[in-house]
Design a protein around this ligand. Structure first.
Ligand SMILES: CC(C)(COP(=O)(O)OP(=O)(O)OC[C@H]1O[C@@H](n2cnc3c(N)ncnc32)[C@H](O)[C@@H]1OP(=O)(O)O)[C@@H](O)C(=O)NCCC(=O)NCCS
Length: 177
């Protein structure tokens, strides 16, 4: 794991200057992760809506949302998005926070960026009063399905996720902070 040190990684809060790069990185990671059979309209619509620079800009400005970026040598390699006071029916805790996105660019996965972003996300959430952090993962995302349990998360339920008109099975992972 020497790469972890040679990357010269800096994890920091996102600023408005990051919105364009976060939007494009988000599109790239989303498509790498979910467009496993090619592109279809539901995916195309979702990615263009969810990762427009305007959407990312409004997320950065939201007081209930934290965006962390992992940067090295002037490039963004990943980001984490947390929303505080976001309960889920399978959690039942108004002080819970949701890890809405944890995205690492594919060619930089496996270098410890994911767990470092996750650790910082947990610290951010706790400092904003969160009692626990939860995340949902598409059950077809085998890497993420095994990543969260290794970071101390337990499987708290199996909600469904709606992507445009499609319904997909998810797993909900949760950890006390
Ligand atoms: C899932 C994802 C976030 C994982 O991040 P990653 O950077 O690839 O992976 P890691 O941080 O685990 O890095 C790999 C190594 O870091 C090390 N590591 C992990 N946790 C560690 C810890 N707590 N302490 C020290 N080292 C650790 C391990 O050696 C690990 O390898 P192993 O888990 O195979 O043993 C990333 O693959 C990704 O962005 N995927 C696409 C998008 C996605 O699926 N997001 C999640 C769904 S919301």
């Amino acid at each position: 794991m020497s790469d972890r040190n040679t990357l010269g990684l800096n994890i920091r809060n996102a600023t408005s200057a990051d919105e364009l790069s976060i939007a494009v990185l988000g599109m790239q990671v989303f498509l790498d992760t979910y467009a496993t059979e090619g592109i279809r309209d539901a995916l195309a619509r979702e990615v263009l809506e969810a990762f427009s620079p305007e959407k990312i800009s409004s997320l950065i400005a939201r007081p209930d949302t934290a965006l962390l970026v992992a940067q090295a040598r002037g490039h963004l390699l990943g980001f984490a998005q947390i929303a505080v006071r976001t309960d889920h029916p399978m959690i039942g805790d108004p002080d819970a926070a949701e890890l809405q996105r944890l995205y690492v660019q594919e060619r930089f996965t496996g270098h410890g960026i994911g767990w470092q972003l996750l650790e910082r996300a947990q610290v951010q959430a706790a400092s904003r009063g969160a009692s626990r952090l939860w995340a949902t993962v598409w059950t077809g995302n085998h890497r993420a399905m095994s990543f969260y349990p290794r970071q101390g998360y337990w499987h708290a339920g199996s909600p469904v996720y709606r992507l445009q008109d499609e319904v997909h099975e998810n797993a909900l992972f949760c950890k006390a902070l």
